[in-house]
Design a binder for this molecule. Structure first.
Ligand code: CO
Ligand code: CO
Length: 358
């Protein structure tokens, strides 16, 4: 199990234990799919001897099997049981890793448990190294999630888009994703016309009309693994300026993709996209990093930005998504998911990148 890999690097880095609440890390380590947003205390406790115990609400009594677990019922104090588990695992002091997304009220209770001298560190210090390189099984799931993204794009082109509100199109995208996969990677973005100048526009009531460029950014999950695609399409006769911008962004995306290879730093891929766009005079309108790692989380290491010091290597998966955003006019973004395989970049998303004009 992957827990053993974590234990090994915990020892190498002199950590004594870990407290891991539900989320991508817990799923990655154990395969257990537990609610992420509940208030009921759910924690995997692990020591550097590789012993572990899950504390979980009794709601899971019928679903968690073949795993060392202590259940607590509503009305009981889960922190008393946690104190017992910490005692069993001989964790009373030392350097403890804490899941980055753990609720602060849980952590405050842990701090108050008494007679414990813990020094806390974020779990991602170690997890990012484990999760950054995907194994073949993980890559297969990401390929499936990417195929869903491609398929959804094809389906959107069959819709009667003129006059449709952004939020309606976002809902249709969501329904298609839910039909074809295990769910959304994130809330779909649909940004039309001048709204396209906002990279994270929330789909609103604006109706799509002739002359618009429409940015669609969405992703699907397959067994927890995410895809994340953006395509920009034009409705009716496209604006000349946006046509020019489209070609610049497409060129930057292609060049950045071709720059991907083992042994270079993430920031070199970013620089390739950035120089291409800056060379055409749109540098000031490319306002975000070129991409981000992708896996169980939709944003994870390696980040493909000007400060990306990670050296790329086989098994890494990330997006390449340059964009140009001109206030008052609109925007263009083209995003693909890429895996490093045999030293080179390989696209996972393959939907057409030529401008589609409907
Ligand atoms: Co995206
Ligand atoms: Co993205």
């Amino acid at each position: 199990m992957r827990i053993e890999k974590l234990v090994q690097i915990m020892r190498e880095n002199e950590f004594d234990g870990a407290l891991i609440s539900p989320g991508a890390n817990l799923y990655y380590l154990t395969g257990l799919h537990l609610h992420e947003s509940g208030e009921r205390v759910t924690l995997l406790v692990l020591n550097s001897d590789g012993e572990y115990q899950l504390l979980a609400p009794s709601l899971y009594e019928n679903t968690i099997r073949d795993f060392p677990v202590t259940f607590w019922r509503d009305g009981e104090n889960p922190y008393e049981k946690l104190a017992w588990i910490l005692g069993e695992l001989e964790l009373s002091s030392g350097r403890i890793l804490v899941e980055n997304t753990m609720r602060s009220d849980w952590l405050i209770h842990v701090i108050k448990l008494g007679n414990r001298n813990f020094e806390f560190h974020p779990l991602n210090l170690l997890m990012r190294a484990l999760r950054m390189r995907k194994d073949p099984a993980e890559i297969r799931l990401m390929e499936r999630a990417a195929k869903v993204a491609d398929r959804v794009f094809e389906e959107t082109l069959n819709l009667d888009l003129l006059g449709m509100r952004e939020r309606e199109l976002a809902l249709k995208i969501e329904l298609l994703i839910r039909e074809l996969s295990d769910g959304l990677s994130f809330e779909p973005i649909v940004a039309s016309g001048e709204n396209g100048a906002n990279p994270h526009h929330l789909p609103g009531n604006r109706r799509l009309r002739k002359g618009d460029f429409v940015i669609m950014d969405y992703g699907a999950k397959v067994q927890g693994y995410c895809s994340d695609i953006t395509r920009t399409i034009a409705l009716g006769r496209p604006n000349e300026k946006l046509l020019e911008i489209y070609e610049v962004v497409k060129d930057a995306q292609e060049k950045a993709y071709r720059a991907v290879k083992s042994g270079i730093k993430a920031k070199e891929v970013d620089a390739t996209a950035r120089e291409t766009i800056t060379g055409k005079g749109y540098g000031e309108y490319f306002t975000h990093r070129t991409g981000h790692g992708l896996g169980l989380d939709v944003h994870e290491e390696p980040f493909i930005g000007p400060d990306g010091e990670v050296t790329l290597g086989d098994g890494m998966t990330f997006t390449i998504e340059p964009g140009v955003y001109v206030p008052g006019l609109g925007g263009v973004r083209i995003e693909d998911d890429v895996v490093v395989k045999e030293g080179r970049g390989k696209r996972l998303t393959r939907a057409d990148r030529e401008l589609v004009v409907l």
